[in-house]
Design a protein around this ligand. Structure first.
Ligand code: NZQ
Ligand code: ZN
Length: 392
């Protein structure tokens, strides 16, 4: 299939890369910088000091705004927009993970466009630009450092929505694998699931796949699995951190979707409602949903799931294609369990009521205005059924 591939982000990767941050902002023409960060991990690790020194050394002035929470909130975005307007900020620097980068992107939209920034996430209108931004990544997971998306939660109704456009691509991404040593194991593993899922969402589709794209995807998934296991034992293994960090970017910069039509994304849409309502870690939420989604849809294209079983787990057909497809799904769930990730909602630590399931499915279908997924176009009723299957 025809495709466009656009990845304008300059990547500076490796030990000590964060020391170049000031120079990178300067290279992009920034003068007054917003340094945006999360709940304090970058303060505790000393990274924020390193970044501030680097900005000082480049002769740049800056204002700080911390307090971004996982599943980042619209209220913080609005606070950031106001602050940047008051302070005449002309460059946005995210220091953190997907939540901080996404909050930064949303601030960028707010600065470059008139009116309410939520309109873009609510699909009321399209952004015509975004203030320039860069990222210093502290967790390998969401891939926001090279993706075209940002996902924000509106506390008014607890609606979590993504918005994608090329305007919000980071000008640069600083990636030092050592910055991820301090991650709690749960966040490391949750990140690994998210990385794998960004490729798996693209891998499971109905098109005639490209051999090269499939090969890159399968190598990426196997690499992340192998290194997730290593990090379970040794969180300070530099090579494993580096493999996973680079996978985070390649998995969500479009590379693993080239020529295959854009992917399914139903698991992500279904999970975002869990994040919006229950504030769960995104990758863990995906692990809890994926098996139920896969069992619900695999009959639409069992050959794809069978190939997955062969290429990722080395399984061989012994009976039917369907049996091989199912065996692959089970193996993936075994893997999730082996790294401490949930495979249902109970293991995720939540127990949605029937009313909550219906509410999430309604929101997921944009109140009946859309279906989700391409393997099978899922209506609100299908999504409800997947939540029920995932209850555990
Ligand atoms: O807030 P702090 O104190 O920094 O703690 C964070 C947070 O609690 C902590 N953390 C991050 N780096 C750390 C660290 N703790 C110790 N040491 C470090 N080096 O980790 C926790 C999770 O951080 P968060 O930024 O929320 O993680 P992640 O990168 O997984 O981002 C998740 C968000 O990204 C969205 C998700 O929906 C979710 O809201 N996504 C964004 C995408 C995109 N923009 O392209 C695509 C994804 O599919 C995803 O939907
Ligand atoms: Zn994701």
């Amino acid at each position: 299939m025809n495709f466009e591939y656009f990845t304008p982000t300059k990547v500076v990767f490796g030990r000590g890369a964060e020391e170049q941050t000031g120079a990178l902002v300067k290279e992009q023409g920034g003068h007054k910088v917003l340094v945006h960060y999360g709940g304090g991990s970058v303060v505790r690790s000393g990274l924020l000091d390193v970044i501030c020194r680097s900005l000082d050394a480049a002769g740049l002035s800056y204002v700080l705004l911390g307090g971004v929470v996982p599943n980042p909130r619209l209220s913080k975005v609005r606070e950031g927009i106001r602050l940047c307007q008051e302070e005449n900020v002309d460059f946005l620097l995210a220091v953190g993970g997907g939540s901080v980068i996404d909050s930064t992107k949303a601030i960028g939209y707010g600065l470059a466009n008139e009116g309410d920034v939520w309109d873009f996430y609510d699909r009321k209108r399209k952004a015509a630009g975004c203030a320039p931004l860069g990222a210093v990544l502290t967790i390998a997971a969401a891939g926001s450092e090279m993706s075209d998306s940002s996902v924000i939660t509106n506390e008014d109704g607890w609606i979590k929505r993504g918005y994608s456009s090329n305007y919000c691509r980071c000008r640069f991404a600083v990636m030092d694998p050592e910055l991820t040593y301090t991650l709690p194991d749960y966040q490391t593993q949750s990140g690994c699931v998210d990385i794998m899922m960004h490729t798996m969402e693209r891998y499971f589709n109905l098109s005639d796949n490209m051999e090269l794209t499939d090969g890159i995807s399968e190598a990426l998934i196997r690499t992340v699995m192998r290194n997730a296991r290593i990090l379970k034992q040794n969180p300070s293994d530099y090579n494993a951190r580096a493999e996973v960090m680079w996978a985070s970017s390649l998995s969500h910069n479009g590379l693993t979707g080239c020529g295959t039509g854009g992917g399914d994304w139903a698991s992500h849409q279904i999970e975002h409602e869990l994040g919006g309502m229950f504030d769960v870690a995104h990758g863990a939420g995906l692990a809890a949903i994926w098996g139920s989604w896969a069992r619900y849809v695999y009959r639409e294209h069992p050959e794809r799931f069978a190939r997955f079983a062969e290429q990722i787990f080395g399984l061989k057909e012994d009976g039917s294609v369907e049996a091989l497809a199912l065996a692959g799904i089970e193996k993936m769930e075994d893997f999730y369990r082996s790294v401490g990730m949930p495979t249902n909602l109970k293991e995720l630590g939540i127990n949605p009521t029937e009313a909550q399931i219906q509410e999430m499915a309604e929101k997921c279908s944009f109140f009946g205005r859309r279906t989700v997924g391409v393997m099978k176009k899922l209506t609100a009723a299908d999504v409800e059924e997947i939540y029920r299957m995932a209850r555990g």
